[in-house]
Design a protein around this ligand. Structure first.
Ligand code: NI
Ligand code: MN
Length: 228
């Protein structure tokens, strides 16, 4: 019974929950400047989609088609993926939860936007709480800081995956404030250093987390699995 977490660069992560492979926001080498692995080499049973922006969805349809993975996303994104010929989708919406074979997934709000790459309406952006094997993982998605993170934190979060790169999402300062609301045991940074507008000193961020919170920061190296 185990969960491993891998960062693939930018905001792309994967979870392996007792052998079930869940890819979050597929954006791989060729499209993603900070990824090492091309999408053709990725395995997936489920895809968890936070919103419709290209830096999260560029490789979703290709990965879903080749692997036959079920795409979990909001209703509008599921319709868009269905129209591209991939019917294995599970539509959710903000605030809803569902028990999948690997664990429970609850869609949380995010303060962001969600237009699809071709200009289609992508519904509301979101994040996810994933609860499996006695662990709860919060994937914030692209978001600003919001005080209702305190409600999300009531789930009892083991690991929070937060955007920290600033400009398009929370930056280092606000992501540290978010920890006061979320109260996770550990925090993993994402959505930083992919391009110049989101370049930050991630080690300085980690030091700030250590100084100002009781949360353990965990900076992952690309493609190196971490056993939770
Ligand atoms: Ni975005
Ligand atoms: Mn993004």
């Amino acid at each position: 019974m185990s969960i491993s977490l891998t960062w693939h660069g930018h905001a792309t992560f994967s979870l392996n929950i007792n052998g079930t492979r869940i890819v979050v926001d597929p954006f791989f080498a060729g499209n993603n400047p900070s990824a090492k692995t091309p999408v053709d080499a990725v395995a997936a049973d489920f895809i968890l989609q936070t919103h419709g922006h290209g830096d999260h969805i560029a490789d979703t349809v290709a990965l879903a088609r080749r692997t036959g993975a079920t795409v979990i996303a909001n209703f509008e994104i599921c319709n868009w993926i269905g129209a591209k010929g991939h019917e294995k989708v599970h539509a959710m919406n903000t605030g809803g939860g569902y028990n999948f074979p690997f664990g429970r997934v609850k869609m949380t709000p995010a303060l962001h936007s969600s237009g699809l790459p071709d200009g289609s309406y992508g519904g509301d952006p979101g994040g996810y709480l994933v609860t499996a094997v006695d662990k709860t993982i919060y994937i914030a998605g692209d978001t600003a800081l919001f005080s209702d993170m305190a409600l999300i934190g009531r789930a009892g979060i083991d690991v929070a995956i937060l955007p920290v790169g600033d400009n398009f999402t929370m930056g280092p300062e606000d992501s540290v404030l978010a920890l006061a609301y979320l109260q996770p045991k550990m925090v993993v940074p994402g959505h930083y250093n992919t391009w110049p507008p989101i370049a930050i000193d991630v080690n300085a961020w980690a030091e700030k987390v250590r100084q100002e919170t009781a949360v353990t920061p965990l900076i992952l190296a690309v493609d190196e699995p971490y056993l939770l």
